[in-house]
Design a protein around this ligand. Sequence first.
Ligand code: HEC
Ligand code: HEC
Length: 347
Amino acid sequence: MNWKTHLTKTLPVFGAVGLLAITAGCGMTGTSERSEYTKVDGVYDDGYFVRYSGFFEALPTLPPIPSHNPMSPEQVDLGKMLFFEPRISASGVISCATCHNPALGWSDRIPRATGHDGQVGDRNTPTVLNSGFFTAQFWDGREPDLEGQALGPIEADIEMNMPLDEAIARLEEFDAYKRVFEAAYGTPEITPERVAKALANFQRTLNTPNSPFDRYLAGDLDALTDSQKRGMAAFVDNGCTACHTGPALTDSNFHAIQVPGSTDVGRFLVTGDEADRFRFKTPTLRNVAVTYPYFNNGGTETLSEAVQIMGREMLGREFDSRTNADIVAFLHSLTGEMPQIVPPALP
Ligand code: HEC
Ligand code: HEC
């Protein structure tokens, strides 16, 4: 028996024992703490839930699916292959997953992305997790949706540096690809539009529901620690929800800020409008604890520093260390269940 089959055969046993221990533990703290909760209008309250939960939305399992690109399992599978496919880069070694690495919160954990020929771009790689919930893509919102976004990185000289027609010619060399395009779209043609649609469909499946915060919003008052609850309250009371709102905690809108070390003019590059100088899209705060470093230039390493900068630049406040720690603890509760993606076997 090789080590992998050994693991899968033995793990469920440990898993079951571990689960028993955990549920037993939960049951105990659950009942003892529940007696501390009072009922307000028939709802158990911990002093925070009734007052603050209404400011937030739980993360659904799927984002809205646009009518111009309905999704089928075959299209999602094709999108997954393309996402992991390095042949559609000029060097043959860079795929979307190089920078949006599933092991690293679907990002890359370096300040600014490194692409074709080791070139370093100007911006930090955002996670693609929950990106179907954004109504603007990129830090400057130059594309409205995932379909529009998908082909940019293939062609960008500092990312994959591959003319689209050559990328498609490479895929056409493989009968296996023609078969998956046929399964997904009815005919074997490989077109830029189909590539973009399939990549968008796959990315719409990369969502992270059931975080401790989502379980709390669903009524499990033990899902957050006291510090996390204080952090949630501080997040609302200090006005963070003005921009970090909705299921992915972003308004997909643009706000002026110059984070430390950044000279990037942001949305101005797209619109040429002076009012847009230094405006950036509000990033999602879902899974923010695992998508460091922070900000458009990746210049800030810790959540604690990022929270302090936000308080100062966006709201004109200096948080004391306890409030900062509480908000950071709250942000940790936004890490959800990562999508269970098995990397595809490429032809
Ligand atoms: C060389 C690294 C690199 C590669 C390869 C790459 N990306 Fe990105 N991705 C980035 C960076 C950097 C940004 C932000 C760029 C900006 O805002 O100007 C980004 C932004 C995005 C966004 C927008 C997310 C948001 O929050 O706005 C999506 C979606 C995305 N990429 C998907 C893809 C797909 C699909 C591919 C493959 C076709 C891909 N990326 C290839 C680095 C990369
Ligand atoms: C006026 C809108 C606005 C408000 C209010 C606001 N933010 Fe932000 N937030 C942004 C924008 C825009 C960025 C991206 C800035 C950049 O990178 O240039 C950001 C970035 C962040 C980041 C870094 C995320 C990442 O992945 O890089 C964190 C963490 C954060 N905000 C937390 C908070 C907290 C906590 C508060 C309240 C104290 C807050 N924000 C208030 C708009 C806002």
